[in-house]
Design a protein around this ligand. Sequence first.
Ligand code: TYD
Length: 213
Amino acid sequence: MTALYPGYFVSFEGIDGAGKSTHIPAFCQLMRELHPSLEVVETREPGGTSLGEKLRSLLLDAPMNLETEALLMFAARREHIAQVIEPALLAGKIVISDRFTDASFAYQGGGRGLSLDKLNGLERWVQGREDGVLLQPNLTILFDLPGVVAQERRSKVRAPDKFEKMDLAFFEKVRQEYLRRAKADPQRFHVVDATQTPEVIWQDLQSLNISMP
Ligand code: TYD
């Protein structure tokens, strides 16, 4: 397929406590070293813009209706694409985002039960370009591990936000939806066994072949 943009878009995904936050800064640094002439934009969802960060604090704190939650996630994403992601990709930059749309399918869909139809509709609305093609990451790195291991890790490091307070059954559903999506699109996904040590995971990330369009 012809590349949509001169830039390159990487998203990191996984259930809370999978360890992606440990690796994202090092991965951004690696990209800077491997592609010294290119700018690397590090960002996150929900968030990435000033409006998006305001929506993030609401989303991570306030209990809300499931559809409201999905709409706000995608509203933040629309702003993120318009202000940050698409301009950067058009300018040939490397964009690295801590989460993107797979998280909505996994958390609001798999975890909370929002229909795939509604999520697909929101995705088309928010990521659809004028030519009808969807803006998607070139590469999605999925940190996969059992919910119980992630829960154990989370309990050691921080006070839980709204999502992190959900029970094990919720995180197992989120995990299964991530894995289902990875299986359906093996070209885009790289699945990391996040039960491995950070050193082994880092070796794996370093061996990824990021070829710019
Ligand atoms: P996370 O990315 O884990 O950040 P931190 O490490 O600071 O906690 O937190 C974002 C939370 O938002 C996470 O629990 C997943 C959730 N989320 C959704 O439910 N849907 C989405 O579309 C996105 C982007 C995130």
